[in-house]
Design a binder for this molecule. Structure first.
Ligand code: C2E
Ligand code: CA
Ligand code: CA
Length: 633
């Protein structure tokens, strides 16, 4: 089989050259050795001249011959290398017809050499790139060389990524080297994916999001259309993760990503910002702000509805809700960070609105956010700097005697002064700081109970401690509290935990188990803020709690509001039928107290009996009363 190589074309030329050289050599030998013998002496000068010329010629032949042989060897080496390399090699004419192909290309493309020599470039190039290849051929014919990437179709049909280097070697001939870069391309694309896409959901990650947002921002400075950035946050993702494990959490995130993709246009970007947060960029809404607001609001509602449908996670049906913060921009002088911050701020606002779950950014929100962020960073150090204090608010029975106290947190901020727990407890819950803080409260309550136990004037006083939902849901909550009680040596039966409906509702079976375990050690349980949550009667019946605490919002208007009176009466009747104690909080006036008593409530807490106060004040109050009782007896 003829070895196809441009260098093989040199062989006949070389052979011809060697043949001519041989003839020349023979003639020279004749001139040098035969002519001098045959010619007469007078012609010696001419013979000498001829011999000199021949000598010169022989000398040059001796020099040229090895050179030629070396050239030939080199040509053969190149030819060999061209056939053993995995890279492809072609010689083609300007019409794209193959004149030569090497073994490497045959292996690369799956066709034999015979097949290829009957084909042309358009038969192997990927159809969609043919225009590109034609333009490259034209450019090579003009500029003599080129380098580019294209794709060829393997005989089996699969596409191969090819890097092509072309040199024009004649008026109509090109030498082409081809390298299969499919693996390299795949690796590069994997690296790109890892760097710019979220591995779990396949959505663009934060890095790509920022990149795209920068592009949208740059484009928006050129046209006058409004664009939107939406910040999405799943409302109860943490609970799913904590209670059902991370694999279920991951499943939900993947499903959410799919639904989001299904709801948006192809041009919109939906990215995973991190955790359970997603960001959507909607470009070119329209030029009027009002209309842009309407469109983005409608889209946000569509997204919220899409995610409100239950998700099937393995056999489990899971319902989640979503909060969406939206910010609109139109070539404004903002940067990407600012836009994301605005949408995030609006999202926090959306979380507060129980109904719509969506909010547009307004500058006033920024101020609130800055305040919250400062609060958050200050709170991180509050415990270690000893800025947290505990106040005690009396709880009395029907004879107005102090039976217990509710422990309430106070934060003595070095700059802002006293900060209400209503302001910092939600921040502590969001950041997880509630765990060390909550433990600190329980520790102090236990210590106080222990030392009251040694004082006859205080030994009967009980303590109620608020336990946040996040804290109660911790898998080690029961163990940590049991350890605390045993190390402290406090009497567990004098400790009551106040839980809210939301704390127990998430996983009612697990909550019941935890309550029972702690009740086994003597602890009591109260349902705080009762009436404001959504717990069903069935759940309430199942929960082994000891006390219902009527929320102060029903007590406040008891004297004027007939419906509040009905609610309070109903709660008391219900508690009685379930065998639960009742306590009313926020009792401020004798009138409220009278009504509550008339309805059957026999325990009260509120300013009527005393505000939350420092420990020593409370102790003095309780002791005085103890003294008064003793005197009366
Ligand atoms: P809460 O558990 O409902 O506590 C009762 C709140 O009502 C307290 O507010 C108390 O000062 C206030 N209050 C008491 N009597 C009256 C009254 O007669 N009228 C009115 N208008 N208010 C009254 P505070 O101390 O600001 O606590 C607010 C909330 O912060 C508490 O509500 C509780 O949910 C939370 N909190 C306080 N301490 C802790 C704690 O140690 N751990 C946790 N997780 N939450 C706490
Ligand atoms: Ca409480
Ligand atoms: Ca309460």
């Amino acid at each position: 089989m003829r070895t196809p190589n441009a260098f093989t074309d040199l062989r006949p030329t070389l052979r011809l050259f060697l043949f001519i050289m041989g003839v020349v050599f023979l003639c020279e030998a004749t001139v040098m050795f035969v002519l001098p013998a045959l010619l007469p002496y007078e012609n010696n000068t001419m013979v000498e001249a001829l011999v000199d010329a021949s000598l010169l010629s022989v000398m040059s032949s001796i020099i040229i011959l090895p050179l030629m042989l070396r050239l030939r060897r080199r040509a053969e080496n190149v030819e060999q290398a061209i056939n053993i390399t995995d890279d492809g090699y072609w010689v083609v004419n300007s019409k794209g017809r193959f004149l030569e192909v090497n073994d490497g290309y045959c292996r690369m493309i799956g066709y034999s050499r015979e097949e290829l020599l009957k084909m042309q470039i358009s038969d192997v190039e990927a159809i969609e790139d043919s225009a590109l290849v034609r333009s490259h051929i034209e450019s090579i014919m003009r500029n003599h060389q080129d380098r580019f990437e294209t794709r060829h179709r393997h005989k089996s049909g699969r596409l191969i990524e090819i890097e092509v280097s072309v040199v024009r070697v004649g008026a109509d001939t090109m030498v082409v080297f081809l390298r299969d870069i499919t693996d390299r391309k795949r690796a590069a694309s994997e690296i790109h994916n890892l760097a710019f896409y979220d591995t779990l959901t396949g959505l663009p990650n934060r890095r790509l999001l920022i990149d795209r947002l920068e592009q949208v921002l740059a484009r928006s400075r050129q046209h006058n259309c409004y664009n939107a950035v939406m910040f999405l946050d799943l409302d109860n993702f943490k609970t799913l993760n904590d209670t059902r494990g991370h694999s279920q959490g991951d499943r939900l995130l993947m499903e959410v990503a799919n639904r989001l993709k299904g709801t948006l246009r192809r041009d919109d970007t939906v990215a995973r910002h991190g955790g359970d947060e997603f960001v959507i960029i909607v470009e070119n809404l329209c030029q009027q702000l009002e209309h842009a607001t309407d469109i983005s609001q409608a889209l946000a509602k569509k997204i919220i509805n899409a995610l409100n449908r239950p998700f099937m996670l393995d056999e489990l049906e899971f319902q989640t809700s979503l909060s969406v913060g939206i910010t609109l921009f139109q070539g404004d002088d903002v940067n990407v960070d600012e836009l994301l911050r605005q949408a995030d701020t609006a999202m926090y606002e959306a979380k507060k609105s129980a109904h719509s779950r969506l909010a547009f950014f307004q500058p006033a929100m920024q101020h609130a956010l800055v305040k919250r962020t400062t609060l958050e960073s200050d709170l991180r150090n509050a415990l270690s700097r000893g800025e947290l204090e505990l106040y005690y608010q009396p709880q009395v029975d029907a004879s107005d005697e102090i039976t217990s106290a509710e422990v309430l947190l106070r934060w003595r901020h070095p700059v802002r002064g006293m900060i209400s727990p209503a302001e910092f407890i939600p921040v502590a819950e969001d950041t997880g700081l509630i765990l060390p803080i909550g433990m600190w409260v329980l520790e102090n309550a236990c210590k106080t109970l222990k030392y009251w136990g040694q004082d006859p004037m205080l030994e009967k006083v009980q303590l109620s401690v608020n336990v946040s939902a996040h804290q109660f849901r911790q898998p080690d909550f029961v163990d940590s509290l049991s350890n605390l009680l045993s190390t402290c040596g406090a009497c567990a039966s004098k400790l009551k935990l106040e839980l809210t409906e939301s704390a127990v509702q998430e996983n009612i079976t697990e909550s019941i188990e935890k309550i029972r375990l702690l009740q086994g050690q003597g602890l009591g349980f109260a349902m705080d803020d009762f009436g404001t949550g959504h717990s069903s009667l069935t759940n309430l019946k199942r929960l082994p709690i000891d006390q219902l605490k009527i929320d102060q919002s029903f007590v406040r208007d008891l004297s004027f509001d007939a419906s509040d009176r009905t609610i309070v009466r109903t709660i008391i009747v219900m508690a009685e039928s379930l065998g639960l104690e009742v306590i009313a909080e926020g009792v401020e006036t004798p009138e409220q107290r009278k009504l509550l008593y008339a309805f059957g409530c026999e325990a009260y807490q509120g300013y009527l009996y005393g505000p939350p106060m420092p420990l020593t004040d409370f102790e003095n109050m309780a002791k005085q009363q103890g003294g008064a009782t003793a005197q009366a007896i």
